[in-house]
Design a protein around this ligand. Structure first.
Ligand code: GLY
Length: 375
């Protein structure tokens, strides 16, 4: 019976990756060299603002994943390799970008994948430089990497970007970089992750003394609620910190976040945009949080020492992916240009609400590709 279910998953996931590749091809044929962030009424090209520029790695990141999936040298794989390089190269100057806290998102989805393929040291240099730039956000007073909004602000999202500092530390042997990454993760664990495994989006510090003042939010419902995407970033990001540091505190934190996600998400595995929003508002889901959680759970399942819990996380991730494939694809509407419907970018600013969002597409494809390697 289990074999039959996995066989079905394999077909479903392969078809969905095929559909995603088709949608990405449609996007780049319609709007060449354009790096969109979210759709408006299902269309990628519009005048909606970005708020911050953190998403440019996700489109090429998917291209690297399509290339990898098709690897054994055929026309389609060559096509995706060419496109992946074409869309990755223009990102190189961002290795010096000090305006965003997102250099992990931008470079781990692109240059890291490219470097894994070729082992060209010049590509590794780009990753190392990005990690060094990211480390410049560190504030000794408070012990955190500051967010893009202000000196006194720490975001949970930065947990997805601290990996580039760990990476640069490992590649160069620079202990100072590793120390910054560890201290940032410990601070985030202390001030943004609550005892029940839920997370706050943002923390505010006194920049004079370094004292932590309060939990608040930019994109969640309120400071004491749990914004579902922030939780998914934490689940995935603390797992990455454990992978690099082998510090068991980070694995425990990732597990606490994963357990909160599993316990509080409706039966089909797709969460409301914020777990603490009022009931009417909670009807609005965020499929991108589900895709990130699925990908993070698959990674965590292989890091755990307890095989039963590992199997549980694997099954939870498969369940989420099945729901996304069966109920949330743009396929149901041929005019829809995205892959996954039902993502949410910024509720309060009314940006990308109930739309396709580029990070949702990327982590969905990453999770499918990851699952397919074991099916
Ligand atoms: N700023 C990252 C996010 O929207 O999740």
């Amino acid at each position: 019976m289990i074999t039959i279910e996995f066989e079905n998953d394999k077909v479903l996931f392969e078809q969905t990756v095929g559909y995603a590749a088709q949608q990405v091809r449609r996007l780049i044929e319609k709007h060449a060299d354009f790096y969109p962030m979210y759709t408006k009424d299902g269309k990628w090209k519009h005048e909606g603002p970005a708020w911050t520029h953190w998403c440019d790695g996700f489109l090429p990141g998917m291209m690297w994943l399509f290339h990898k999936r098709l690897e054994n040298g055929n026309g389609a794989s060559d096509f995706w390799l060419k496109q992946a390089i074409r869309y990755t190269k223009p990102l190189e100057p961002r290795k010096f970008d000090r305006d965003v806290h997102d250099l992990g998102f931008i470079f781990l989805s692109t240059y890291y994948r490219w470097y894994q393929l070729t082992k060209d040291p010049a590509l590794n240099d780009v990753l190392i430089e990005a990690g060094r730039t990211m480390s410049l956000r560190f504030r000794e007073k408070g012990q955190y990497l500051r967010s893009f909004v202000a000196e006194n602000s720490l975001f949970i999202d930065i947990m997805m970007n601290v990996g580039i500092i760990f990476y640069a530390a490992r590649e160069t042997g620079d202990k100072r970089l590793r120390d910054i990454a560890v201290r940032h993760a410990l601070t985030t664990r202390r001030v943004l992750v609550r005892g029940d495994g839920s997370t706050a989006h943002e923390g505010i510090f006194d920049t004079e003394t370094g004292e932590f003042l309060k939990q608040t939010t930019q994109q969640g419902y309120r400071g004491d609620s749990c914004w579902s995407r922030g939780l998914a970033w934490a689940l995935y990001g603390f797992g990455t910190c454990y992978e690099y540091s082998r510090d068991p505190r980070f694995l425990e934190t990732a597990e606490a976040c994963a357990d909160f996600y599993i316990m509080h998400t409706p039966a089909d595995g797709v969460p409301p945009w914020d777990f603490g929003a009022p009931p009417e508002s909670r009807k609005l889901l965020d499929t991108s949080a589900a895709a990130i959680a699925a990908s993070g759970l698959l990674r965590l399942s292989r890091l755990l020492h307890d095989p039963v819990k590992g199997q549980f996380y694997w099954s939870a991730a498969m369940h989420i992916l099945r729901s996304l494939c069966n109920k949330h694809l743009g396929k149901s509407d041929p005019a829809w240009e995205g892959v996954l419907k039902g993502g949410v970018y910024h509720m309060h600013k009314k940006l990308g609400v109930n739309e396709s969002v580029m990070w949702g597409e990327y982590f969905f494809v990453e999770a499918l590709e990851n699952a397919l390697r074991y099916l």
